[in-house]
Design a protein around this ligand. Structure first.
Ligand code: G3H
Ligand code: 13P
Ligand code: ZN
Length: 305
């Protein structure tokens, strides 16, 4: 069943758990999340970035997710992740997305408000929920942001932003970053800042850049020829704390990519005579499924469908 992010996240915030928002790019990642959610009896968000739309085509990727939502016996939301402009958001709404993120984090406060409000005014009357971002995460995404340019979310500005835009959910910057290299030294989030924000704002909050970069997966990838040394993510203890202070959606892309890569490398190395794609992509899909199931257990969404 296709539902909105708001449908999933309002009860999650109220009851103190979070929904995994998993980036999907093709059949295998979509199947992995659908199977994980089904086995865990968990709701899930399948999210699609503009670069995936460029890669797969909007019709292919949106229909894959719609099919998953029709078949899976659990609620699934189809969300635009890091929508960069008004036109992309509208195209996705027209294609049946139930939720859109408009990412104005690279704009000034006033420009971010104006762009977010413009999207909300089109999306919400059509029953589509809207996520915006205030502050700026470091890391690798379409617009890569250097660590020195990252900006943590200001709690007062966040209250003002939510009042002016009427967004359904808000992504905050509290020290996470996109990609596999999140920390050079100690991995720590600004939980005090999150606590202040969540005391002032009642809508569900979103944590981007939340992959944990499991070391056993990085080691497996490296064993089979990857060069990923120094990769480091968010400890699971920090994720738990974040959920207890209002985070109700947790974005995971990197950990799925790592599981895929490690398993594809392993499968090719261990069966050099194989040239059937299914014998490589099948195990890779299962590895992504195991990652997603672990996240659902960690986030507390298991059994909530
Ligand atoms: O922030 C989202 C992703 O991790 C970057 O995804 O490479 O599909 O744009 P992308
Ligand atoms: P990771 O790179 O930590 O998986 O974050 C993904 C994300 O925030 C997608 O929007
Ligand atoms: Zn993100």
């Amino acid at each position: 069943m296709l539902v909105t992010n708001k449908d999933l996240m309002v009860p999650a915030r109220k009851k103190g758990y979070a929904i995994g928002a998993f980036n999907v790019q093709n059949l295998e990642s979509t199947l992995a999340i659908a199977e994980a959610a089904t086995e865990e009896k968990s709701p899930a968000i399948m999210q699609i970035t503009p670069s995936v739309i460029k890669y797969a085509g909007l019709a292919y990727i949106s229909n894959l997710v719609k099919t998953a939502a029709e078949i899976a016996p659990v609620p699934i939301a189809m969300h635009l992740d890091h929508g960069g402009d008004f036109e992309t958001a509208v195209k996705c709404i027209d294609a049946g997305f139930t939720s859109v993120m408009i990412d104005g984090s690279f704009l000034s406060f006033d420009e971010n408000v104006a762009l977010t409000k413009r999207v909300a005014d089109v999306a919400q009357p059509r029953g589509v929920s809207v996520e915006a971002e205030l502050g700026k995460l470091a890391g690798v995404e379409e617009r890569t942001v250097a660590e020195k340019d990252a900006i943590l979310t200001d709690p007062k500005a966040a209250v003002d932003f939510v009042e002016k835009t009427g967004v359904d959910t808000l992504a905050v910057a509290i020290g996470t970053s996109h990609g596999a290299y999140k920390f050079k030294t100690q991995a720590k989030l600004d939980i005090e800042r999150l606590k202040t924000i969540s005391q002032k704002i009642g809508i569900p909050l979103v944590l981007h850049g939340a992959s944990s970069v499991p070391q056993e997966i990085v080691e497996k990838a490296n064993k089979y020829g990857a060069e990923l040394s120094g990769a480091k993510g968010i400890p699971e203890t920090e994720i738990k704390k974040a959920i207890s202070f209002g985070i109700a959606k947790i974005n995971i892309d990197t950990d799925l990519r790592l599981a895929f890569t490690a398993t594809v490398r392993e499968a090719f190395t261990n069966a050099p005579k194989n040239f059937d794609p299914r014998k490589v992509l099948g195990p890779a899909k299962n590895a992504m499924k195991e990652v997603a199931k672990g996240k659902m257990q960690l986030f507390g969404s298991t059994g909530k469908a």
